[in-house]
Ligand binder design. Sequence first.
Ligand SMILES: Cc1ncc(C[n+]2csc(CCOP(=O)(O)OP(=O)(O)O)c2C)c(N)n1
Ligand SMILES: [Mg+2]
Length: 312
Amino acid sequence: MASDTVKVGKYQIDAREYLAPGHTFCTGCAEALAIRLVCKAVGENAIIAMATGCSEVCTSPLPVTSWQLPWLHTLFENTGAEISGIEAGLKAMMRKGKVPERDIKFVAMGGDGGTSDIGLQSLSGALERGHDFLYLCWDNEAYMNTGIQRSSATPYGASTTTAPAGKLSMGQSTQKKNLVEIFAAHGIPYVATASPSYPFDLMNKVKKGIAVKGPAYIHVYTVCPTGWRTTSDRTIEIGKLATETGVFPLYEIENGKYRINYEPKTLKPVEEYLKAQGRFRHLSPAEIAKIQDKVNEDIALLKERAVRFPAG
Ligand SMILES: Cc1ncc(C[n+]2csc(CCOP(=O)(O)OP(=O)(O)O)c2C)c(N)n1
Ligand SMILES: [Mg+2]
């Protein structure tokens, strides 16, 4: 309905709020903003399954909830299995005439820990079986809800409570797991990266992800002021810096074809991004140079893929 949308620049967006105020997210949490925007792009005919994590804890402190959509809290381990069952079950009931036919959007959400570590197996199964759903990973690069523990999505060099920087350690010693390529390798129709620092790009990708038949995966970069040791007023800026430095490129893979959505002529030095965050404060110039080299390598590889397998 026209009254339910609002024009922002050239975009017509849903004016309704599906995430009610009163939630308990930290000030400046990009995850909260991402969820608000994503739900506007998904719209009202949705069922959401959400893994344990900040988003779940902050939106459903018993006995209240911020959710204005049907929403289920799932375990870390079974988010993929749960959304599969909801989708298959409801579709079967529709076929049998037990519930009215409706175009329902099946959406699952989880943090980087819930997605890259604990829930990976059930999500991989759901993608492989080809269920019709959109999965969104909120990547704040650690297990934030339980106190900033490292996950396999924590970047090299970041200090966390379980990989702390100190005399004998420079923080996380492993490289961030590349979930986007792992899920693209499942051959699903749509995979993308997105960030609430680029809200319309994020919402467009969500619309694409729910429109495709079959599974879609969007990896959303969510700056965490508490865990990253940044001030809450810099969330949008730091999200942009991640993309402008090449640390978090925005791209999509549609049926195996790559499209880079934002390609500045020259990337800013990674140091600008690292220096803005307390979790990287301890890094030596040599470590910063290593991180810069890795970003250069990753960007070169992404560009190569986009040339070899270009989107139409
Ligand atoms: C199997 C299991 N292990 C550990 C926990 C404890 N736990 C609850 S929330 C959380 C952190 C979640 O991290 P992530 O998925 O990255 O989401 P975030 O809180 O960072 O948004 C952990 C470890 C749990 N609930 N279940
Ligand atoms: Mg996390």
